[in-house]
Design a protein around this ligand. Structure first.
Ligand code: IDP
Length: 159
């Protein structure tokens, strides 16, 4: 059913407790998943995983050379993340809206970052910025493949 549907990768950064209040301590995993689930997007893949430096560097390769790059890679590798693939109509664009602006103080209230994050270096969640980058990120984070299934609610959400 999914030929015309975009997919996106979301990484819920669950930082260890040595820094700012984090996703694990604040219990935000279910809250964030539930926003995408309730919207009606399809969950195609999800796992809790530790991130090796090579994967962190590859994921953020476009930022290599920027002053915040080493800290960014250290951050993504500093504790487990929940990696998810969501699918649905315009999920990349919708997902970016639901996540909110990169800088939490510029994120609208009601977005994930607007509601739960304070600083740019601890902004809780990554979402692919384009369909093309989502495809690359899915290959990077889910080499084992994704799950295809159809919800019994499908006809009530999808025209
Ligand atoms: P995005 O995550 O909203 O797509 P990008 O510009 O792709 O934002 O940046 C990737 C990540 O790099 C951001 O989510 C943020 O965690 C981090 N980052 C971006 N700009 C800065 C900065 O100026 N200082 C510290 N970290 C930054």
């Amino acid at each position: 059913q999914s030929e015309n549907l975009d997919t996106t990768v979301l990484l819920l950064d669950l930082e260890k407790a040595y820094d700012k209040p984090d996703g694990v301590q604040r219990g935000l995993i279910a809250e964030i998943i539930s926003r995408f689930e309730k919207k009606g997007f399809y969950l195609r893949g999800m796992k809790l995983m530790d991130v090796k430096k090579a994967l962190g560097e590859q994921h953020y390769a476009e930022h290599e050379g920027k002053p915040f790059f080493p800290g960014l890679v250290k951050y993504i590798c500093s504790g487990p993340v929940v990696a998810m693939v969501w699918e649905g109509p315009n999920v990349v664009a919708s997902g970016r809206q639901m996540i909110g602006a990169t800088k939490p103080h510029e994120s609208a209230a009601g977005t994930i970052r607007g509601d739960y994050a304070l600083t740019v270096g601890r902004n809780l969640i990554h979402g692919s910025d384009a369909v093309e980058s989502a495809k690359k990120e899915i290959a990077l984070w889910f080499p084992e493949g994704l799950s295809q299934w159809k919800s019994c609610q499908h006809p009530w959400i999808y025209e």
